[in-house]
Design a protein around this ligand. Structure first.
Ligand SMILES: [Zn+2]
Length: 199
């Protein structure tokens, strides 16, 4: 016997999400059936509204409700320092640590020749455009310390140096990233950024 078609549909959609296998998808779907219908409705509406309500910041490509994200819209941020991160989640991790006062640029991934991701697939042309407008003195290349993260950092170092940017730095150690950083991660993150080295 098969599940009722709408239930199977929800299970199929949930199993397409990262980290959710068929068993978790089933468990979640049954949980939704047991919950208060109004809560399930609210969840569905919040998810359905995401593509219309959240967009990319026009400047840094952080997720934002407005054309400019709160960081770019804040006149008190230091416009002489620009921190390059792979994903918006990395930006959020740094913001939560509440130590960095400069601007960001979200690359939208890492270079990966094996997967066909080249410089034009990331926000690198947009980065060069911003650098022509911003009074940037230091660029922090905070891509993760992985094979692709290091290769992307090295590519950026070459391109940025060729464009005349001399103060390029890299965090002293890997930045811990993710949605739920605990206090120790935040301390590590602040140390990594404060101990950044010239590339
Ligand atoms: Zn922004």
């Amino acid at each position: 016997m098969r599940y009722a078609r709408p239930l199977q549909h929800v299970i199929d959609e949930l199993s397409r999400l990262p980290g959710i296998g068929p068993k978790s998808a089933q468990r979640l779907a049954f949980h939704l059936l047991r919950r208060n219908p109004a809560e399930v409705q609210a969840l569905g509406e919040a998810i359905a509204a995401l593509p219309q309500t959240v967009r990319r910041c026009q400047e840094c490509f952080n997720y934002s409700e407005a054309d400019l994200c709160p960081v770019c819209a804040d006149p008190a941020r230091d416009r002489s320092v620009l921190c390059l991160v792979a994903e918006a989640a990395d930006l959020m991790a740094l913001e939560r640590a509440n130590d960095y006062r400069g601007l960001y640029h979200v690359l939208g991934g890492l270079l990966s020749p094996l997967h066909g991701v080249g410089p034009d697939d990331l926000m690198i042309p947009q980065l060069m455009g911003r650098l022509a407008r911003l009074p940037v003195e230091e660029i922090i290349i905070a891509t993760p310390p992985s094979v692709e993260g290091d290769a992307t950092a090295e590519y950026l170092r070459q391109v940025l140096a060729a464009a005349g940017h001399t103060r390029l730095t890299r965090p002293a150690l890997g930045l811990p990233v993710g949605a739920e950083l605990d206090y120790d991660d935040q301390v590590t993150l602040i140390r990594a950024l404060q101990g950044r080295r010239e590339m």
